[in-house]
Design a protein around this ligand. Sequence first.
Ligand code: MG
Length: 371
Amino acid sequence: MSVKITHITCWSLPIPLLKPYFLRGGRTRIDALDSTLIRVDTDAGIVGWGEACPWGERYLPAHARGVRAGLATIAPDLIGESPLGLDHINRVMDAALPGHLYVKSGLDIACWDILGKVAGLPLWQLFGGDAAHPVEVNGSVSSMDPDEMAEALLACSARGVRTHSVKLGDQNPALDIDRIRAVDAVLPKGERITWDANRGWTPGVALQVLNATNTTHWAEQPCETVEECALVASRVRNPIMLDECLHSFDDHQRAWSLRAAQGVKIKPGRIGGLTRARQLRDFGLNVGWQMHIEGLGGCGLEHMAILHLASATPDSHRLASWPGDDLVDIEICNGTGARTINGVLTPNTTPGHGTTPDEAALGDPVAIYED
Ligand code: MG
């Protein structure tokens, strides 16, 4: 079937957080998100939607305004190309702008949406799933005082969330040890924690904190580099989850060969979209990793697209998925975006990813690329 891209339209969507969010023991503060919504039109009249929304500007080497600058470079080269050949689309994007993977994610997602609509299938089916399996939500407890963090975890639990990402990463090991003890003391039976340092510890602090407590829950991204995390992994009882130090396929392969992790977080928004995420998900399945597959924030569109890949990943190798929907108050997708209900997220069953924003709510586009 011949389908060609005719127009690419972009909107800017500011999304304030309901309250400030803190990472790395409190050193990194995030107040608002800056999302970019992307509509890809085709000569077949089929439209695909994507979203790119780095979690603020201080968390990742991904710049929200850089998404829109990068689109101005890439989008003209996609006009006239077939959105159905996702590997080809990614090669065209890589030739137009080497690197800058976070810029490409929204375009990749929009093309997957078109492929699903042309095929008449939801993405979870194109990703190999047999049904719209619900995915457990990963809650998020930001870095605060130990008692406040314990309260925040109980509030997540009361919403039905059973897996919790608890943000540590202080340079003072005594404070993170107190945080672990306070949160562990109230953790309801059967619930799980990932202690996430977001690269905030040196290896020495990581060993002091993790080995000073009895916790055997996952520890996530303790240090900056794969090599530092491998050192920690060799000297703690906790399984290690890696996140921000993994970008390319080569990074993932190095993490595996150094025995730096037993699990990874696959975030299409920072590794270039669903095409690359599916390759890494398949690598993870083959080396026995347990994975979180999730978005970076936004209005629920990006996360719904990613949820299809998470849903199609076997329970044995998929842990949970963080939608961040408790941290923002935005509804521009008429209820079709990812939303936590009783602690789980369920993918749409309509063709593509099934999420369509209300264009009237988006206002004027910031750019239109066409012939
Ligand atoms: Mg993390």
